[in-house]
Design a protein around this ligand. Structure first.
Ligand SMILES: *Cc1c(COP(=O)(O)O)cnc(C)c1O
Length: 356
């Protein structure tokens, strides 16, 4: 850590580590947190001196606006370790830019780039033992911002807290998922906040997703709110369709989150010589492709699960099973991405960001 950073962040180290109590072979996603957390408050019109302190509960007034109006945004990223013990982030600049895009939409002040990166670096050094080497292991990082000002008038807050908490992770969904295509509920609409990682986007999906789960589907593929004719994305993943040997994914817009994994898959497809069309895709087209056998794969793409294959989908009472393609693109993209993330293959686009 440079002295510059040391001066900029106030660090209070945990006196003992919880790491010996953690079973790294049996991790449930997002349940266990590392020894430290990063905290930076916004008040008097500016971001104050950042701090790293032991992970702990905190006191916030019941009137804080986040509790009433959901003025909150978050990010999801991962740190990886190679067999030599080097630590890497994957395209973190994308997450930095996106949290500020999300913040701007939610009238939250933008967070400074140097605080974001210095905070991540200092935290990953302190909690480095929590990042286990090996493909599949990672440390999930959750930067987020909440409106903390104790005032319940319905207007943007004058005080915020930016934080980063870290949770050791194994692969997210291991099993292929069955998905339901949305016909009634919507995740986002034109002019709305679908492109932002705004907290309320996720809370609003829990109820329709629980209905889908009762019918035996783990996830929903959301369609456009006005016609429900166009396939957009899943709950926390962008979605790809493979028809014969061609990949198709929806273009991003203000309803769809611009995923880092999606972007990376599109680039890798080009590198691997796989034709990938970025265009609107209809439910009708996918159902027809499922009927005539040209639909080979559907998979989700997102940081948590990396690539998540879909084994079946339902729409308007019709259920289509998708038999796993041998030489699946899902598997190919997953291993290609994991190998880059874990420093096992060449990084020709400069996606790895080493923590030194
Ligand atoms: C986070 C998220 C994704 C995936 O984005 P990544 O940057 O690849 O993790 C896709 N869709 C939604 C709605 C998301 O919240």
């Amino acid at each position: 850590m440079s002295t510059d950073t040391a001066n900029r962040i106030h660090i209070e180290k945990a006196t003992t580590s919880k790491i010996s109590q953690v079973d790294f072979n049996n991790l449930m996603f997002g349940r266990v947190f590392t020894d430290h957390m990063f905290v930076c408050d916004f008040k008097d019109g500016k971001w104050q001196k950042p701090q790293i302190m032991p992970y702990q509960a905190m006191t916030i007034e019941p009137s804080a606006r986040v509790f009433h109006y959901g003025q909150a945004v978050f990010e999801g990223m991962k740190a990886y370790k190679d067999e030599d013990g080097k630590t890497f982030l994957f395209r973190p600049q994308q997450n930095f830019e996106r949290i500020n895009k999300s913040s701007a939409r939610m009238a939250i002040p933008e967070f400074p780039q140097n605080y974001f990166f210095e905070g991540l670096e200092a935290l990953l050094k302190l909690d480095n033992e929590w990042i286990k080497p090996g493909v599949g292991s990672s440390l999930y990082l959750r930067p987020f911002v909440i409106a903390t000002e104790p005032a319940i008038s319905a207007s943007p807050a004058n005080e915020y807290r930016f934080m980063i908490i870290c949770s050791p992770a194994k692969a997210y969904y291991n099993e292929p998922v069955r998905v339901l295509i949305a016909e009634k509920y919507s995740r986002s609409a034109d002019g709305g906040v679908g492109f932002a990682k705004a907290a309320g986007n996720y809370g609003a999906q829990f109820f329709p997703t629980s209905l889908a789960q009762k019918k035996g589907f783990q996830q929903i593929i959301w369609t456009d709110a006005s016609t429900h004719d166009y396939l957009e994305e899943a709950g926390t993943m962008n979605i790809f369709f493979r028809i014969n040997d061609k990949l198709i994914t929806a273009p991003t817009n203000d309803r769809i989150l611009d995923g880092v994994t999606r972007k990376s898959v599109i680039q890798l497809a080009e590198d691997l010589g796989i034709d990938c069309e970025v265009r609107q895709i209809t439910v009708k087209e996918i159902k027809e492709a499922a009927k005539d056998g040209s639909l080979k794969e559907i998979f989700g793409a997102g940081t948590a699960a990396v690539i998540s294959p879909v084994s079946a989908f339902e729409h308007a009472g019709d259920v289509f099973e998708i038999t796993a393609a041998d030489k699946s693109y899902a598997q190919l993209f997953k291993s290609t991405l994991l190998n880059i993330q874990h420093n096992l293959s060449e990084d020709k686009h400069g996606w790895r960001h080493e923590i030194k």
